[in-house]
Design a protein around this ligand. Structure first.
Ligand SMILES: Nc1ncnc2c1ncn2[C@@H]1O[C@H](COP(=O)(O)OP(=O)(O)O)[C@@H](O)[C@H]1O
Ligand SMILES: [Mg+2]
Length: 232
């Protein structure tokens, strides 16, 4: 086997000189100024920085939700700038689990249906999806709330559903953008406890936050300010 492939197996995210600008009228406004970041399999990394520092912009690049202006984002050995839109959609849909501050659940669907939803487009992992959705809801402590709709759940319970949904396709990477941003401190602790447990079970997690309390849960904190990473 190609040596570079073998060596690369342990690296989930490899970002090199990533730059992102947004066009505002005639002006290019630079937001990320040459980010380098490497995350290994099984790591739990927090990306921390003040509001407006570019955290979500970086997350969108890692999650293939947006394209960099320049630089390289290699995910699970795949150069995201060099692959087709279809491959990119597969990577985004099946290899990455997303958790957002505002939960992003479908209001009309039950907790169980929300968790199951990402499997509909995944022919490879669909066969025992139903059992898996139930198991994941159990894992996040919602076995007695499976048939409830999001409006019938508390914020913490909604985020538990979103975490279960992020895991349904057995992703290689979980990306969470301020997952406790809308939650009170006790509920936040419970949600972080779930991420901690996932990490202990081998999940690779990148969590964006501006909460310094998070430090105690993670392997490593990456500080971002004004679009620059301060330490790495
Ligand atoms: N789509 C966009 N168009 C123009 N500017 C944007 C866009 N998205 C974010 N920005 C700007 O980029 C900067 C960083 O935003 P963001 O990555 O959301 O920060 P954070 O998540 O750290 O709060 C902000 O100044 C924001 O206004
Ligand atoms: Mg943000």
């Amino acid at each position: 086997m190609d040596r570079s492939v073998t060596e690369g197996n342990d690296i989930v995210i490899d970002i090199c000189d990533l730059r992102k600008s947004y066009r505002l009228g005639d002006m290019e406004v630079p937001i990320l100024h040459g980010i380098d970041l490497c995350v290994k399999k099984g790591e739990f990394v927090a990306i921390m920085g003040p509001s407006g520092s570019g955290k979500s912009t970086l997350m969108n690049m890692i999650g293939c939700l947006d394209r960099p202006t320049s630089g390289k984002v290699v995910l699970m050995g795949k150069d995201t700038c060099a692959i087709s839109d279809n491959e990119l959609a597969e990577l985004r849909g099946f290899e990455i689990g997303f958790v957002f501050q505002s939960f992003n659940l479908i209001p009309r669907l039950s907790a169980y249906e929300n968790v199951l939803l990402p499997t509909y487009s995944n022919s490879k992992k669909g066969h025992n999806a139903s059992q898996r959705a139930k198991d994941l809801l159990k894992l996040v402590g919602l076995d007695d709330r499976m048939n409830h709709r999001p409006t019938e759940l508390s914020g913490g319970q909604r985020q538990r559903v979103a975490i279960a949904r992020s895991l349904i396709n057995e992703p290689s990477l979980i990306l969470a953008d301020e997952p406790t941003g809308n939650l009170d401190s006790k509920t936040s602790e419970e949600i972080l406890g779930i991420f901690s447990e996932l990490h202990r079970n081998g999940c690779t997690i990148v969590m964006i936050t501006h909460d310094p309390e998070m430090e105690k849960y993670v392997d490593r904190v990456v500080h971002i300010k004004d679009g620059y990473i301060k330490n790495n």
